[in-house]
Design a protein around this ligand. Structure first.
Ligand code: COA
Length: 366
């Protein structure tokens, strides 16, 4: 039995510990609420009208619908036909779609980033022209290129600008006119790629939604297997290069395939493990649309059911920087506030990674 004094000491200590706990909890709550995360608050997209089907490709190269469908999952892709219209044309339309859908005043945009492997020109950024054309007159802008990982890396970049606290609205556009570097006599590449663009608006979030974690990597030894060699600063385009079609993109598909399967699965596994995520608390996988078999392998490694895997490769093929935002736009109506979305991409460079994001809005509430 306690004496009176022992009881008082015990009670005082107990109250002191309780008090400390309360102060800590209040501080934790406040700091958590004040933490800025970058959330996607609107999306938009654009694909050109012209449809290039597998049947049409059969008349152009030695291929067939059955081979393309079973080996890649692609049925058709979109092509921007008109001369003089480049990647900015796609980017501007995607951004305008986002602006229209979300009633965004373009003058409030602080930064426009265009992720692309096919800029309009070698000098004069595509982003600068795009920003002006959409009326983002108070923004600064720049291009970034990491091939098929461009949008994923752009998400990390947009997120950092938001997290700095100095920028409130960052518009990230993934846009590529792949038809401008594809050789329609080369069946190893022309069956895969298509043109398109998608846009996402990043804004600060104080509810803990938006980007949670990222794992991004690159390995320059991979550039031998996927590149557009000529026309850059190391190899000029000559008459001889033009004659043999050397200015187009080249790909050693098998090596790219193996590296994509390994690295996308590895990156997503790392993100899942270090955030203690299991398949049950993941609602969506948004994976780069390069080959349906690569996407399936990634989902399988994560143990995800096919209903949770976003897919549009059948309709657009591989649109390089545009695949992820095109997915978000296509699935926007099904995404709910708080949904866990795992992004994954692999591309030329090599470059790859995964991002864990909590979706920030439900469409019918907007
Ligand atoms: N149509 C018909 N047959 C074709 C073909 C085509 N378009 N392309 C290749 N083939 C043939 C090959 O000649 C080969 O024939 P063979 O067995 O008689 O020699 C056979 O089909 C298999 O070729 P292979 O290159 O081994 O096919 P694959 O299963 O590796 O598929 C890709 C080729 C390009 C679809 C696949 O490698 C791929 O998707 N790679 C990654 C692409 C990618 O992610 N790129 C972008 C970077 S993100």
């Amino acid at each position: 039995m306690f004496h009176f004094e022992q009881k008082t000491v015990f009670l005082t200590r107990f109250l002191a510990i309780l008090g400390q706990f309360w102060v800590k909890m209040t501080f934790f709550k406040k700091s958590h609420m004040n933490k800025i995360s970058a959330a996607i608050t609107a999306v938009g997209a654009y694909v050109p009208d012209h449809v290039l089907t597998n049947a049409m490709l059969e008349t152009m190269v030695d291929t067939n619908d059955e081979w393309i469908t079973t080996r890649t999952g692609i049925k058709e892709r979109r092509i921007l036909k008109e001369d003089g219209k480049g990647t900015s044309f796609l980017a501007i339309h995607a951004a305008k779609d986002l602006i229209r859908k979300s009633n965004l005043d373009p003058k409030t945009i602080d930064l426009v980033i265009v992720a692309t492997a096919t800029p309009d020109m070698k000098a004069a950024s595509t982003a600068s022209y795009t920003a002006t054309q959409i009326g983002a007159t108070n923004a600064f802008s720049f291009d970034m290129d990491s091939a098929c990982s461009g949008f994923l890396f752009g998400m990390s970049t947009a997120s950092s600008f938001i997290a700095s606290g100095r920028y409130k609205k960052v518009l990230l556009i993934g846009a590529d006119k792949m038809s401008s570097i594809v050789n329609y006599k080369d069946r190893a590449t022309c069956i895969i790629f298509g043109d398109g663009a998608g846009a996402a608006l990043f804004e600060p979030n104080h509810e803990g939604l938006g980007i949670q974690d990222e794992y991004l990597r690159s390995d320059g030894s991979g550039r031998d297997f996927l590149q557009a060699t000529y026309g850059g600063s190391s190899h000029a385009i000559t008459h001889e290069v033009l004659d043999r079609g050397g200015h187009y993109a080249f790909q050693e598909g098998k090596t790219v395939f193996k590296n994509a399967v390994f690295n996308m699965a590895d990156a997503t596994t790392k993100i899942l493990e270090r955030n203690q995520l299991t398949k049950d608390n993941i609602q969506w996988l948004a994976a780069h649309q390069a080959n349906k078999r690569i996407i399936d392998a990634t989902a399988q490694r994560m143990g995800l059911e096919s209903e949770k895997v976003m897919i549009n490769i059948d309709r657009y093929g591989n649109t390089t920087s545009a695949t992820l935002p095109l997915l978000l736009n296509d699935y926007e109506a099904q995404l709910k506030k708080g949904d866990t979305v795992i992004f994954a991409a692999f591309g030329g460079g090599f470059s790859w990674g995964s991002i864990y994001l909590k979706w920030a809005y439900t469409t019918n509430e907007n």
